[in-house]
Design a protein around this ligand. Structure first.
Ligand code: G3H
Ligand code: 13P
Ligand code: ZN
Length: 333
């Protein structure tokens, strides 16, 4: 049993409380490798932004659970070495799908876990979430739960269709389970293809897809039912079109990739939404930089040469999200 407190991590409780009251959101960035982690920590340390490091089940399978856990421990020391004296870093399990997986993370030093029972019938979601909360709270680990289903396909997360969260269920769910935050479905989805072309209109000037707006009415209904309760948005990448264009012009093929416009995330950050999940944008930043570097330097074969620019591009992206979208800069001085 390793306590996250011993390794300098924090849980989400105080962080979310301040974010809801302060009208900003905490970035939750996924990581699978060293360059992503370095870029996240460099951006958060430079801007003194609280940050959530997320590890999915797919990341554990890819990079090894133990190694990732020690990388997060190293991240705290790395942040301090960059001059961030009091780093506010959460280590979070993203989309935990069983009690056993959540327990393993609590036991191995995570400070927060998500139990995603959103695909289960309501009563089973309640029972599973409650069981995870009871275990995690013994160790002061915070728990995110989910109600409503996001569409989208990723390695380990997939659903054909989205179903908005039903506001009439949120009071019953949070009081029965005791969860610390609630991920809701209001039209975001995972991956780089968040909307089908037929759900969008097309900008006549650029020919690009314009996605339908998020269901802010559902968010506001939920806020009314649960005043001050921390709300989470998954699937919140914006799929920057510059990256899509770079990828496509250097040999890639991502036709009609589309994300959530940043103005809408900016608006959500000011509400009870206090955690915004971003993974795909970092994948796109990395892929764009690597494709461009390798195309322009066909003789390159030292991975540091192409992963270095990729890391720089990801750092730029994370800093932009923190400062210009979520507003969490300077909140962890
Ligand atoms: O929500 C999903 C995250 O983007 C993680 O994706 O399962 O491919 O690691 P992954
Ligand atoms: P994106 O695919 O939009 O980056 O969402 C990531 C996410 O929700 C991780 O849980
Ligand atoms: Zn997610």
């Amino acid at each position: 049993m390793v306590s996250y407190k011993e390794i300098g991590l924090v849980n989400t409780r105080e962080m979310f409380d301040k974010a809801v009251k302060g009208g900003y959101a905490i970035p939750a960035f996924n990581f699978n490798n060293m360059e992503q982690l370095q870029a996240i920590i460099m951006a958060a340390a430079e801007l003194k932004s609280p940050v959530i490091l997320q590890i999915s089940k797919g990341a554990r399978n890819y990079a090894n659970a133990i190694l990732l856990r020690y990388m997060a421990e190293g991240a705290v020391q790395f942040a301090k070495s960059l001059g961030w004296e009091n780093p506010q870093i959460v280590l979070h399990l993203d989309h935990g799908d069983s009690f056993e997986l959540c327990k393993d993370c609590v036991d191995k030093g995570f400070s927060s876990v998500m139990i995603d029972g959103s695909a289960l019938p309501y009563d089973e979601n309640v029972a599973l979430t409650k069981k995870v909360v009871e275990y995690a709270h013994k160790y002061d680990v915070t728990v995110e739960a989910e109600l409503g289903v996001l569409a989208g396909v990723e390695d380990e997360v997939s659903a054909e269709e989205s179903h908005y969260t039903r506001p009439e269920e949120v009071i019953d769910f949070t009081s029965k389970t005791g969860c610390d935050s609630l991920a809701i479905s209001i039209g975001t989805s995972h991956g780089a293809y968040k909307f089908k072309p037929e759900q969008c209109t097309r900008d006549p000037k650029t020919g690009r897809l314009v996605p339908p707006p998020l269901a802010f009415d559902v968010l506001h209904e939920i806020e009314k039912k649960l005043p001050g309760f921390p709300i989470v948005l998954h699937g919140s990448s914006s799929v920057p079109q510059e990256y899509v264009d770079t990828i496509n012009s250097f040999g890639g093929r991502l036709p009609d990739a589309v994300g959530i416009p940043e103005e809408q995330l900016r608006e959500a950050s000011k509400s009870a939404v206090c955690k915004i999940n971003i993974d795909s944008d970092s994948r796109l930043a990395m892929t764009a930089a690597v494709r461009q570097y390798l195309s322009e330097h066909p003789d390159a074969f030292d991975p540091r040469k192409y992963l270095g620019p990729a890391r720089e591009e990801m750092k730029k992206l994370y800093m932009h999200k923190i400062t210009d979208v979520l507003g969490s800069d300077g909140k962890a001085e």
